[in-house]
Write a protein that binds this ligand. Structure first.
Ligand SMILES: [Fe+2]
Length: 207
């Protein structure tokens, strides 16, 4: 996959988010230590300017890992100062962007693991990210059973509570056709309940 990103790129990119959308916007006279990072670590935020090609990220030998970590430490310290000195009004303005940046970072934590595992999988030595002892005495497999669900009119999309990305709304109704779901007999009753809950109320109940 040529689109895989190096680990340090994820760190620098999530840092770039806080620098671009908070520091550059809310710190008067803010000057980036390395202005070229704006190009190097942008990704798909067209409104924030041009960006480096995603399929060339693997060739980004500079900044080094240490420099990317230094970049993060510097931005963290600027954010700390900004928040410590900000009044109530400014904090209210910053809050939603800060929360978005934290969720963006969480998303990249998942991408980061995916990319590391992908890179390891390309290596004929098959390095292991984290050794785990697993119990190989698997329980007996139950026969597959199909659970039937009737057609339903359901509500989908973010309901306004808690954080959501803008593509998770607006909330609207949708017609879900009748469907069947294969399930091992041993979990049929509980899984049907879980599917019904998810279909009726999103992921809130969690089963
Ligand atoms: Fe991103």
């Amino acid at each position: 996959m040529p689109d895989v990103s190096p680990t340090k790129w994820h760190l620098a990119h999530t840092t770039w988010f806080f620098e671009t959308f908070i520091l550059k916007k809310f710190v008067p006279g803010y000057r980036a230590e390395v202005p070229q990072y704006a190009y190097l670590f942008n990704s798909y935020y067209n409104a924030a300017g041009d960006m480096h090609r995603r399929d060339l990220r693997g060739l980004v030998s500079r900044p080094t890992v240490r420099e990317a970590q230094r970049y993060r430490a510097s931005i963290d310290s600027h954010i700390d100062s900004l928040l410590s000195d900000a009044g109530e009004k400014l904090l209210n303005e910053i809050e939603s962007i800060l929360v978005l940046g934290i969720h963006h970072e969480q998303q990249h934590q998942e991408l980061l693991i995916t990319d590391i595992k992908h890179v390891f999988a390309q290596n004929p030595l098959y390095p292991v990210f984290r050794e785990l002892k697993i119990d190989i005495a698997l329980p007996k497999t139950a026969p597959i059973q199909f659970l039937d669900f009737e057609e339903a009119n359901v509500e989908i999309g973010h309901d306004g509570r808690g954080f959501a990305y803008d593509n998770e709304g607006p909330r609207h109704r949708a017609l879900v056709s009748a469907f069947s779901l294969a399930s091992p007999a041993s979990i049929s009753r509980s899984s049907k309940t879980t599917v019904m809950r998810v279909r009726n109320s999103g992921y809130r109940s969690g089963g």
